[in-house]
Design a protein around this ligand. Sequence first.
Ligand SMILES: *Cc1c(COP(=O)(O)O)cnc(C)c1O
Length: 400
Amino acid sequence: MKEIDQRSLRGGDDTLAVRAGTRRSEFREHSEGLFLSSSFMYASAEEAAACFAGTEPAYIYSRFSNPTVQMFEDKLAALEGAERCVATSSGMAAIMATLQSFLKAGDEIVSSRSVFGTTNVMFNKYMSKFGVSTRWVDIADLQAWKAAMSPATRLLFVETPSNPLCEIADLQALAELAHQQGALLVVDNCFCTPILQKPLQWGADLIIHSATKYLDGQGRVLGGAVLGAQSLLEEVYGCLRTCGASMSAFNAWVFLKGMETLGLRMRAHCAGALQLAQWLEEQPAVSRVHYAGLPSHPQHALAARQQSGFGGIIGLDLKGGQAAAWRFINATRLFSITGNLGDTRSTITHPATTTHGRLSAEDKAAAGITAGLVRLSIGLEDVADLQADLAAGLAAAFAG
Ligand SMILES: *Cc1c(COP(=O)(O)O)cnc(C)c1O
């Protein structure tokens, strides 16, 4: 059988997205097999002992080793240029496993303020119970990051571009800051995916993914991943196999197919979002468009240097606050009202009352989650149809 040698496989991101990570069974399946089995067998008691001791590589039990999940891990690791990837049951599980692996009571996190709403709640409500505290800073204010760090700071956490305001962190500068005192820089790379941004190249130590978003890209299943150097990922792997938030083989199999078109989809998401952001900026009912691809974005130059595209998420502030935002959301027809993003289908969200609804009023204000803020995730429908839908929504929201 002609077989690609995975160890020597090189190429551009599209080649890796389609070809990296594939393993085949004795049946010579062309597309990856779905291995739904909770455990795996051994030829002898001797072999079982060797596999459990780790002296012989083998699949043991699907909480921590499964062929389909491993193919997902190897494909994503190839795309991020990471030594190793560990898959998790969701993006939040990836963040939790990372914190559990590297922090202990008394340690501190410094995090950018505008992170995924649930990440904020995890840090403030749950990590604090275990004696890990978080200081929140403005993502783009390097002096604030510096000032927030103390000798107890073990981890810097950032999501760039941020959700939903598309603010950009300078990853190289943050990596230097973290490493000055041996702390880890953890980057949630969900919005860019490795197609648009490779945080390890800028010095980040660990990458978080919610595979639920663009990696699947079709809104079907939940999953997540942590990536980085082998030495760090061995810790995450140990934590995950013990604590149990592992990825299901079925979900990994769904992601494998989704990821084959990741490059194609990301380029189309970027093109559509840029065109719509430019158009939205000209609409009188819109007071501000948050999209790093616009020259008016305060960090446009940084985004252009650090990313190879500006992504598919647009934040827009509507004049008229929550009432106008809700009228606008209700009047669009093509845009699905849902919290998910990174889907082939365009979605529309009111962060202040949904994804970020659990934040306190002060946290919302500090994170820039205003009542008139609407988040769009631009899908793969015709851009002209999306623009017409947004135009009709604005007209309805501001009629009279
Ligand atoms: C959705 C999301 C998460 C959480 O991922 P789940 O798969 O929903 O657990 C984390 N970070 C970002 C930026 C997200 O958009």
